[in-house]
Design a protein around this ligand. Sequence first.
Ligand code: C5P
Length: 301
Amino acid sequence: MTASVTVAAPAKINLQLGVGAARADGYHSLATVYQAIGLYDEVTVACAEETTLEVVSDGVDVSDVPTDSSNLALRAAALLASRAGNDARVAMSIRKRIPVAGGMAGGSTDAAGALVACDALWGLQTSREDLLSLGAELGSDVPFCLLGGTVTGTGRGEVVAEAADTGEYWWVVALPGGGLSTPAVFGEFDRLSGAEVPEPEISRALLDALSAGSTLEVAGLLSNDLEAPALSLRPDLADVLAQGRAAGALAAMVSGSGPTCLVLAADEPGAVRIRDVLARAGVSALVARGPVPGAHVVTPL
Ligand code: C5P
């Protein structure tokens, strides 16, 4: 048995986030196109007598991350153990670089990372299919975080299918500070959209642009139905988007349920320039490339 395993777990963005009406179970039907980008949390697990969790900040505020058994990554480890019929305990450490409550699936990707890490630690060789179905039990975004790349999501986001993507996209991730509660943003969506909400559909034009790898076309097709509710709850985000556009972005939008904002640049030097302009305006930002693989073991190699 391996002494410890570390997994890199990427942040997610939504290139399209189409939201439908609230379902009977409280979730909203989604038609989304996810992309994993090169901004990673690291999840390390080791065998231990007692289960413990340490959350280490690497540039983000981690004060709202639970360190008890309610943490989604610990729940992921417990779920995998119970399915495997073992009562293994782990000492888990999460190094966080993805903004917390930022609309980038940080908690979900840590859970995906915990599934992959514990599977390797315990030598289970769980099938991809079984990992995806465990992921769906944990949260709507977890199956995507296991896959990475560029992926369509339907149902409540948990029904995933890989999408052809030949492009390389350079994103500036702007971090306006503070968090937004995902349920609160969905609630604001309901309030703003009224009674008749059409069933969302994945954009064929976006899938074609991704398949062709055209950054320019992708830029014109980005959409997020949660942007208006996020802006309604955080009007200050409009300034961040405007600053991104003024700095030379091909497109700028709120990431998922926010408050993180995404700025698409033409290439890496363009992204670095935009990041620096935002930084001078007092908005901390970083550059990340997409798409990248989903949660994967980085040590031992
Ligand atoms: O699935 P997950 O636990 O990550 O979702 C967090 C919250 O986001 C849900 O409790 C729900 O309020 C909201 N949500 C939603 N519709 C979705 C996904 C999430 O309303 N498709």
